[in-house]
Design a protein around this ligand. Structure first.
Ligand code: TRP
Length: 454
């Protein structure tokens, strides 16, 4: 049997997992959800979910992956052979596939904006122009499709290169650069006129706004942002080396991810309030506020405005790429392992069907906007079903699997790296997986269905 590929170094593994986690979820989705749900109180609930559900479930996914040495599609079959658990593995593959389709639409927008910034297309425009330009682009019958296809082809190329030379190498270079740029931009944004209003929106919680919907939204966002609930980190965990410290890796990934999300809101909201854009503008939020940040913060120095906007959109595209790679990998690795076809062929199937599905998602924002279900277009429906329903369900079953079904000794061996690491809070970890996570997720669902009141 051939040796299974894996990440070459511990830091490479951390950066690849962080690369999966940090993406449009942090910079695009988090701010608009914060805007939708009214600001600071949502952020507090979100942080609670990161610690209570996110961290333990991430360690559980790593455990399943590294112990089974298989991608999520096969991992449950290996750890609990011939039981219904294998269906959990199979269904998570589908969820990732659906997310990849609509996520790539937005990822395509970032490419378009990189190009536009590169051609200096933001110079001398005012906020209303940015709003108009975004809607005419995103609703155009074929422009966004070209960028969607381009993005999926880029993802495809990295996936075909494999784990170490593809995924790991790109993550190692791009992640640190993105970090620095985000810091600079936050500093620019909070010095804009009237920025204080935006900061207040982020810092002053109004608990009267916390309803069951806020819980569902914050829980969905926590899963989405940490790449949890669909076996993405299970698959990455299967490439981890034996000496990778799972709890510490999870802590670093969650820490970096949360930091980037908070910093992104510190870029977006001061800017939005400063130019009078409503914080609940939805998915278009970053595409209409950010170009203004660059133009206004550097109005005396157009060259800086140019350089910052090009590099920001470029890195946003890269952050999205390290995330699409991780989703693509789940389906590709599954097809490759389960049906014994080559990685190349598996990747072709995944890429082409995502392009197909992605086209409908993209068009649903324009010419196909009349097709709706429960009042949601295809794009919004995919987002709702995956982030708010399927990921939390996946997380719930993952925690039940590790809490109740997997032998305790296996969890211990993985967390302690075969008794070579000191383990803290093992009891609490098990209690969280066994009781707290499934009950909390279940309660939020029941309240959403109107069966109980939170
Ligand atoms: N977490 C990524 C982001 O924030 C998106 C992502 C990558 C994802 N892999 C995932 C979301 C798996 C859910 C499940 O952009």
């Amino acid at each position: 049997m051939s040796v299974r590929s894996g990440f070459g170094s511990k830091i490479g593994a951390v950066l690849a997992a962080a690369g999966s986690a940090v993406g449009l979820g942090n910079i695009w989705r988090f701010p608009y959800e914060v805007g939708n749900y009214g600001g600071a109180a949502f952020i507090l609930v979100y942080l609670l979910f990161i610690f209570l559900l996110g961290l333990p479930i991430m360690i559980a996914e790593f455990t399943i992956g590294r112990h089974s040495r298989a991608s999520t599609g096969e991992a449950f079959q290996r750890l609990a052979p011939n039981t219904g658990w294998k269906w959990l593995g199979y269904s998570t593959v589908w969820v990732g596939f659906i997310i990849l389709s609509y996520y790539s639409v937005v990822a395509g927008w970032t490419l378009k904006y990189t190009l536009k910034a590169g051609l200096n297309g933001f110079a001398n425009q005012n906020p209303a122009d940015f709003v108009a330009a975004f809607s005419s682009f995103s609703q155009h019958p074929y422009h966004p499709l070209l960028f969607l296809i381009l993005f999926l082809v880029l993802t495809h190329v990295v996936i075909v290169k494999g784990v170490k030379d593809g995924i790991e190498r790109y993550s190692k270079i791009m992640m640190p650069v993105l970090f620095i740029l985000i810091l600079v931009l936050a500093a620019c944004s909070i010095t804009l006129p009237n920025a204080m209003e935006g900061i207040e929106f982020l810092m002053r919680p109004d608990f009267s706004k916390v309803t069951g919907k806020v819980f569902l939204g914050a829980m969905g966002q926590a899963f989405f942002s940490l790449s949890l609930g669909m076996g993405c980190l299970t698959t990455y965990g299967s490439y981890f080396r034996k000496d990778t410290n799972l709890p510490r890796t999870a802590l670093s990934v969650a820490g970096v991810d949360t930091f980037v999300a908070i910093m992104s809101s510190l870029i977006i909201f001061p800017a939005a309030f400063s130019i009078g854009i409503s914080p609940d503008a939805g998915p278009s939020l970053i595409f209409i506020t950010l170009p203004n940040v660059f133009q206004q913060a550097f109005s005396g120095m157009p060259i800086l405005a140019y350089l910052f906007s090009v590099s920001f959109y470029f890195l946003l595209a890269v952050a999205a790429l390290t995330s699409t790679i991780s989703m693509h990998e789940v389906s590709t690795a599954f097809l490759h392992e389960r049906f014994k076809i080559t990685r190349q062929r598996a990747a072709i199937y995944v890429t082409s069907s995502c392009i197909f599905l992605g086209i409908f998602c993209s068009l649903s924002l324009g010419v196909l906007s009349h097709i709706t279900l429960f009042d949601l277009g295809i794009f919004d429906l995919f987002d709702f079903l995956t982030a708010k329903i399927m990921l939390p369900l996946g997380g719930m079953f993952t925690s039940i699997f590790v809490g109740w079904r997997l032998e305790r000794s296996i969890s211990y061996v993985e967390i302690s790296n075969n008794n070579t690491l000191k383990v803290y809070f093992f009891g609490a970890y098990i209690v969280l997986l066994k009781y707290i996570a499934p009950l909390a997720i279940g309660a939020i669902f029941l309240s959403e269905l109107g069966i109980i009141r939170l």
